[in-house]
Design a protein around this ligand. Structure first.
Ligand code: GLP
Length: 245
């Protein structure tokens, strides 16, 4: 595990965008694993700036997103399909046919999981997986549970996640209770994993997952075993482990 210390959220965005830009420049048709949530937005903004200044070309990039709420259509303003379009895809020259997100409208989680895992395999796997982290240590929507689930699957969202994400919806009752998420095996199979963490509300998760034991109740902790895992975190997110850096 490598830790890149950033000053603040903006600095995380610049540093992480540089890593992703290097990946695209070295392999223009790379497969990027992409994430939603507020954490990666500054990274996406920096990638958009690089594209606009002519430094980055997304024309051959393929992408697979981590997760999607079950039951939301892609045009729902809280779906992750909508998020990706608003925060990255529509601002760069990525071919929409090369972007992939689990379908929130797929009725059967097992079928959708199988389809998505086959799709990832057919693309040759993920070159660089970008991740945020939930305050409870979740990655994608892999919630704390008693096993690491390998493939794409349906999850029941944790009450704490529903509460955390309610800020994006009109009311907590509008937050979907289920989601589809890429599994821990698919994330661990990515050739490089970059996780962004900012703010003091992530400090406990950073401590538990990256400085504590590896266990499925701290889902991101398994990344300690990844051969090319980079944590990009600001001072606030690292505040509980400052003495161990
Ligand atoms: C969401 C997403 C995750 C994300 C996390 C943190 O539930 N499924 O992929 O990393 O929560 O969100 P945020 O970055 O807004 O704190």
């Amino acid at each position: 595990m490598r830790i890149i210390r950033a000053k603040d959220y903006e600095d995380i965005g610049r540093k992480t965008a540089n890593i992703i830009a290097a990946q695209i420049q070295l392999k223009p048709d790379c497969v990027l694993g992409l994430a939603t949530g507020s954490s990666p937005i500054s990274t996406y903004q920096n990638l958009i700036r690089m594209y606009e200044s002519g430094d980055l070309d997304f024309s051959q990039v393929r992408s697979v997103n981590l997760d999607e709420y079950k039951g939301l259509t892609p045009d729902h303003d809280q779906s992750y399909a909508y998020f990706m379009n608003e925060n990255l895809f529509k601002h760069v020259n990525i071919d929409h046919a090369n972007t992939n997100i689990p379908s929130g409208m797929a009725p059967d989680g097992a079928e959708e999981g199988k389809r998505y895992d086959e799709l990832i395999r057919s693309l040759g796997g993920v070159d660089l997986q970008l991740l945020g982290i939930g305050a409870n240590g979740h990655i994608g929507f892999n919630e704390p549970c008693d096993e690491f689930i390998k493939g794409t699957h349906q999850v029941t969202l944790a009450e704490s996640t529903i509460k955390d994400n309610a800020r994006f919806f009109e009311s907590i009752d509008d937050v979907p209770r289920y989601a589809y998420t890429m599994g821990i095996g698919s994330i661990m199979s990515a050739r490089r994993v970059v996780l962004v963490a900012n703010g003091v509300n992530k400090a406990q998760a950073v401590k538990d997952c990256f400085f504590g034991p590896i266990k499925p109740t701290s889902p991101a902790s398994i990344l300690q075993l990844h051969p090319d895992f980079i944590l990009v975190a600001d001072e606030a997110a690292l505040s509980l482990v400052a003495d161990q850096l």
